[in-house]
Ligand binder design. Structure first.
Ligand code: AMP
Length: 299
């Protein structure tokens, strides 16, 4: 089955206790699509500026990501600069330069307007909404957001939530959006905005899934070496939606398994900067980690 993703394609500058990198490939749609490409056909809708290195577009294509919906507009590429301290669960944003995203008017190419799965990756909720309204209703619409948009575009985000199936966000964002400090209460409050289910990402503490019918709890895959958590959330979503698209089903059992695949994919991303680790793994590495995960969580 096919997946369409709208989100950011970015040049990130990242500082972690283990090193600094400048203008490396990042963006929510980038991490998502590279992770999802291990499972399913995936196409991107995004914009970059004229300064975006051509080799990164080639990298996406070479890894099976469709770039028909990637526009190159006049101006500079979106840039995000962030820092992590020893508590790698919290990203501290130093700067966000929207650049070409400021005037971006996304157009979903006709050939991509009937995706079976749609992922609205972290980006301005008005742009997410524009993409949602240009496609035939997919089998599943999942969506991510972040503190930046909850602060600056809450109304737009609330309108968007009325049209989606699953919202993914981290624990701090769930608290911020709902005004509830308890995560069970936060999840029901988020569900009251419209989504059928919510996935709360808690970094090294794993993931919580809530729908009106079921709850599911998954620990993160245990890792000794973490270099850069940037993109973990988007990679998680890529593994999750990618798996659901591959099996073509969204029943409870498939959702649970998809959450484990999401966790496994994210565990690779954090082992290096940018998408470097994702580019080196094979399907066998994913399967090996999945089998190991099953062993260490069974009792
Ligand atoms: P995460 O998976 O949450 O770690 O997402 C990290 C990615 O989100 C980085 O590669 C950034 O380029 C991107 N990002 C950061 N801030 C924003 C924003 N306000 N809108 C869209 N994308 C962003």
């Amino acid at each position: 089955m096919s997946i369409l993703v709208v989100g950011s394609v970015a040049l990130d500058s990242v500082e972690t206790p283990f090193g600094n990198r400048k203008d490396i490939l990042g963006g929510s749609a980038t991490f998502f699509s590279l992770a999802a490409s291990f499972f399913s056909k995936v196409d991107i809708v995004a914009v970059v500026g004229e300064d975006f290195p051509r080799r990164y577009v080639k990298l996406l294509k070479d890894n099976g990501v469709g770039t028909l919906g990637l526009s190159v507009n006049k101006g500079k590429t979106f840039r995000w600069k962030g820092r992590y301290d020893y508590d790698l669960n919290t990203a501290h944003t130093i700067s966000t330069h929207l650049n070409v995203f400021k005037d971006f008017d996304p157009r979903v190419p006709k050939d991509l307007s009937r995706p079976e799965f749609l992922f609205l990756a972290n980006i301005d909720p008005d742009l997410q909404y524009k993409v949602l309204s240009q496609v035939k209703r997919p089998k599943l619409v999942a969506c991510d957001s972040m503190n930046y948009w909850i602060n600056t575009k809450r109304r737009s985000l609330e309108k968007l939530l009325g049209g989606i199936d699953i919202l993914l966000l981290n624990d701090a964002e769930a608290r911020q959006l709902s005004g509830e400090s308890n995560l069970i209460k936060a999840a029901s409050s988020v569900i009251s905005f419209g989504p059928k289910a919510v996935v709360i990402k808690r970094g090294e503490h794993g993931v919580l899934y809530f729908s009106s019918k079921a709850h599911f709890v998954a620990p993160a895959y245990l890792l000794e070496t973490i270099y850069d958590p940037t993109g973990a959330g988007d990679t998680f979503a890529g593994g999750m939606v990618g798996y659901l698209s591959r099996v073509g089903s969204i029943n409870e059992a498939a959702i649970r398994k998809s959450i484990i695949y999401g966790s496994i994919m994210a565990s690779f991303t954090v082992e290096d900067f940018s998408v470097n680790r994702l580019l080196k793994i094979s399907r066998k590495d994913i399967k090996d980690r999945f089998d190991h995960y099953r062993k260490i969580t069974s009792f």
